[in-house]
Write a protein that binds this ligand. Sequence first.
Ligand code: MN
Length: 209
Amino acid sequence: MTDWLFPPAPTASLPISGRGDRFPVRRILCVGQNYAAHAREMGNARADPFFFTKPADAVVADGTDPVFPTATANLHHEVELVCAVGAEGTIVGWAVGCDLTRRDLQAAAKEKGRPWDAAKGFDQSAPCGVLTLGVLPDPAAVIALAVNGEMRQSGRLDDMVWNPDEILAKARELWAVLPGDLIFTGTPEGVGPLEPGDRVKATIGGLQP
Ligand code: MN
């Protein structure tokens, strides 16, 4: 048994629908520009998907409210389908997630050609709902997000440029995709700012919040 200098950090995890056990999160891959209309609203003529990452401990689960982050005057919501990689290295489950983004820091990073970590991979930047094991939600399912009861984002899963199987294949060209990995699959159009205290409701047809 290993003696640690101090106790290791707890493993980030997601609850699983209908089960008492939990999904242990290893790390988080995210796809940017995976919906054409969102790529356009961000100033890109066409969607050209790519990966970035968040640390595993960015996950916020069990309906906990994320802490409003420091160092931003423009926190944005991005509702996303989250794929969960299981013991065999395949996608075994699905959840609704929010890729919280310090849009002002992202814009500054883009301008200077610097990394996005502070814009995307900050503490509590990856709220997730309950994981549902099984087959992919209906590709025609609506993915949507409302703020204080007002609809802000609405799209369909089959608006994705790379579908989940393609995302997994592309990710494997770059990383060993292993059990416990979560993949945020990109957001439809309508991203926008959040204020402290806003009530955010992110939904994907057939998935638990
Ligand atoms: Mn995103």
